[in-house]
Design a protein around this ligand. Sequence first.
Ligand code: KIV
Ligand code: ZN
Length: 555
Amino acid sequence: MKPSSLNKYSSFKTVELKNRTWPDKEISSAPIWCSVDLRDGNQALAIPMNISQKLELFELLVEIGFKEIEIGFPSASETEFNFVRKLVDENLIPEGVKLQCLVQAREHLIRRTFEAIEGVPNAIVHIYNSTSPLQRDITFGGATKDEIKSIAVEGTKLIKELVSTVPETQIDLEYSPESFSDTELEFALDVCEGVMEVWEPSPSKPIILNLPATVEWTTPNVHADQIEWFCNNLNNRDSAIISLHTHNDRGTGTAATELGLMAGANRVEGTLFGNGERTGNLDIATVALNMNSHGIETGLDFSDIPKAREVYERCTQMKVPDRHPYAGDLVFTAFSGSHQDAIKKGMDKIHSSDSSWAVPYLTIDPTDIGRTYEAIIRINSQSGKGGIAYILDREYGFDIPKAMQPVVGTTIYQLADKKGKELSNHEIFEAFQAEFVNVVNHLSLEEYELLHNDIKDGNVCCEAKLIKNGDQYDIKGNGNGPINAFVNALEKLGQKDFNLKDYRSHAIKGGSDADSAAYILLESFDGKEAWGCGVDPSIEIAGVKALISALNLLK
Ligand code: KIV
Ligand code: ZN
């Protein structure tokens, strides 16, 4: 902003809270979760969900483990009303799941809501009215505090009266002083206590007091102070469940919820991936997975987050951004070479020792939420050699010698540069094969045989048929191993103008056939070097093919 714009704004009032305790608290157990996807999330969609989309999302929420689901605003439209009726009439509400219905604290809307919930086994009737000075002045044309309080109290009286009209339904009451985040705390408390006096909750039948950060006006520590202050000052605290409902206007909705839990709240409302008005509601998946990442059981199962994302995107027509925690396409991808090297080392250690999760740059094991290792590293021209080695090793079973990794890396980065894009794992593997494996150009191996019965004094003998620049050569040589015998055969033919500097081989991990890979580094007499790789079911022939590859690459 330009400095001239700043005089429109002022700082936000902080809470006078002596001896606040939340900064020393740790989250050690999960709250009660309530999904508001089908209400707050839905009302923020350009095209609200139809009944079948709502049903599909409802089923997903149930599958994830939500026991409290705000299914809509049944008094607001026919679709919303009919959705509740469908759930009831078609017996679609799983046992133990409470249906929450939002309604303004207004008589005709409350009555209509009771018509909608008839036959629901467990319902939470959620009334709200706005309480902040801004809302009192602007939206309610200067309504007094008493007038605002009486809206809540009268609404509660009516709900209490109507409970007997739905005898098959177990009713809980939720009250939200909407715009709590910028309401005077004493007034919010007064209104909530007024509601409690009417409802008469008890520790065994508590009321839900939902304290929304309808708009996130300030830093999360102030939200935590508000919650701790409220919990400390509420009469009959043990008869109330304190619920959080943060929005994300400043981008700190998750932090506000987490600090709010440390400050004493027991329940959290939010949506999958943070859909909701403006910058969205709290992303429940993020908060739950943050807890999981500290070893806390949450009762919510996000072990198949790609599926949750797919259903969510289809039903809401929203997109999860690439960088969105846990669910975004790029959040388990490292582009930087040093990050890739560190991740590879961390993964290797985890796999070799089965130890607890400790991998640099990754807070959780992506496979725990249905993401794959394959997506962890992609290669572009800025990536490090470790990333390519990691992919060839982890995905294709090639454990490339350390000394060979830079040359493989350089070749593959050049390809990425030429294509001007990231390479998929498959493209990396194809490039590696094309450039280094069983390379045939001026020299090719037609036949190769190890004559084991010619083994004398620990030596082996080999016979091979070679094509060099179109001419065929039959060669034969002895040596202390298959490679050495082949090199000696080449020497006899006057073809040896190199030194063999490095050699290693291994069985290819996880391959469907039992192939072996061998890697050979050759140096020409004029000081040039080339690495070649050979692949063959026979480990000896893999070595010879690696030699031929290196010879072809040396020229
Ligand atoms: O954000 C909000 O304040 C709400 C209330 C209706 C709970 O969505
Ligand atoms: Zn909201």
